[in-house]
Design a protein. Sequence first.
Length: 232
Amino acid sequence: FTDAMLDAPQEYQMVGVANYFARQDGVSIGVLSDPLWWQAVGNTLWFTFTSVALELLLGMLLALLMNEKFRGQGLVRTAILIPWAIPTIVSAKMWGWMFHDQYGVVNDLLGNIGLPSHLAWIAEPSLSMWAVVIADVWKTTPFMALMLLAALQLIPGDLYEAAKVDGASPWQRFKRITLPLIMPALVVALIFRVMDSMRIFDLIYVLTSNSEATMSISGYAREQIVSYQDMG
């Protein structure tokens, strides 16, 4: 509700809602009339829905896998959790090299299986947001898997044994026993991931240089503050 510049924040004026609904010479110049703002909102919502949905699905599969007892279980758990431990800036740079249109490993793999292999993942607007989603899913799926694994390990094994005796199929055991009992942990994990995805900035800024095709709400705010010196 203020009008202040970054180079002189102490010289601010109270403007109420003018930042959102201001008009100049009969033309609306407020934030809510800026097409880039609405694109940033759309990008953020699309990114949040897509990445969280994929992370939930893959995280559930990984949690079910890690909950089984098999040889080398500890090694598998460690390997799965490694991406989550890598700093976001590092993983963004790594994926930027992997998505390179000329020498990136992603295009090389696509070419080896007969698919188009000269895709400009970062520069092409229709692909750049998918590149961000892939990088984010790779990094944060282990978080979802870890949360769900903790819930799975609290389920008594006697419940599954009784269900097997009653002739319940694996899907029925998952639907009637596993899913209801891990639901509280699943909801908490979803809340954390949705909140984290809604404020996404660093991954997009490093991977795509905050281009308009991938700009998030946080990226839009940064653009106004740093590029235009407008603190609001």
